[in-house]
Design a protein around this ligand. Structure first.
Ligand code: IPE
Ligand code: MG
Length: 222
């Protein structure tokens, strides 16, 4: 979800106004996922590197997360959405951690859409955590397998990323779901996140639909 700050700057508004506007795009993409029958959506809300931003922006973002969880939780649950937070939530305030645990528990049986919110998330952190969990549990085993790493990731039990969408014009991963995106199709849009709309979403789906996924093998038509 890139481009909130630039969107605000273009309008001579504070960056936080851009983040607020970006939240509307989050609501929209959830709606499109349900409409087009996407089963899992992961949004990158805050990375392990985002703490480097000015304190005012970090505080504003965390306040926005906290408020929107409270405000949207009923709607999320009634829409049959399972909410899961991925990342190191232990650095968040106790109040926010409790809120997160509550809504995860409340929505844990929901089936229509799995919504992962990456909060204080880093792809490298995810892999390192997984390896550490493995060694803490099974100290005597010397070799670790891909399956072992998979089973310790924040996204354990979920499938790999099929389609990764990044708005805002940059073409990089920024430490997002590195392991899980090994064979993801990458879709980049120049549109800023607050301007995200159904047309971009459908374009991304078309792009995905028209890409043959070979997973390192050869084309079916060869
Ligand atoms: C959204 O956009 C990022 C977050 C969700 C924290 P940015 O804040 O990175 O916007 P730009 O890149 O400055 O435009
Ligand atoms: Mg950015």
């Amino acid at each position: 979800m890139d481009g909130n700050g630039r969107w605000a700057k273009k309008k001579f508004l504070p960056r936080l106004v851009g983040h607020n506007k970006g939240l509307e795009s989050v609501r929209k993409i959830i709606e499109y996922c349900i409409k087009y029958n996407v089963k899992t959506l992961t949004i990158y809300a805050f990375s392990t590197e985002n703490w480097k931003r000015p304190i005012k922006e970090v505080d504003g973002l965390l306040k926005l997360f906290s408020e929107s969880i409270s405000k949207e939780s009923k709607k999320i649950h009634s829409n049959n959405i399972k909410l899961k937070f991925i990342g190191d939530t232990s650095l968040l305030t106790k109040a926010l951690q409790i809120k997160i645990k509550e809504i995860e528990k409340e929505t844990s049986r929901n089936k229509r859409l799995v919504l992962n919110v990456a909060l204080n998330y880093g792809g490298r952190l995810d892999i390192v955590n997984s390896v550490n969990t493995f060694y803490n549990n099974k100290k005597r085993i010397k070799k670790i397998t891909e399956k072992d790493i998979n089973s310790g990731l924040y996204t354990k039990g979920q499938s790999d990323v099929d389609l990764l969408i990044r708005t805002g014009g940059q073409q990089r991963m920024s430490n997002f779901l590195l392991w899980q995106s090994a064979y993801a199709e990458l879709f980049f849009s120049k549109k800023l996140w607050p301007d995200f709309d159904e047309k971009i979403f459908v374009n991304a789906l078309y792009f995905f639909q028209n890409t043959e996924r070979k997973f390192g093998s050869v084309s079916k038509s060869t």
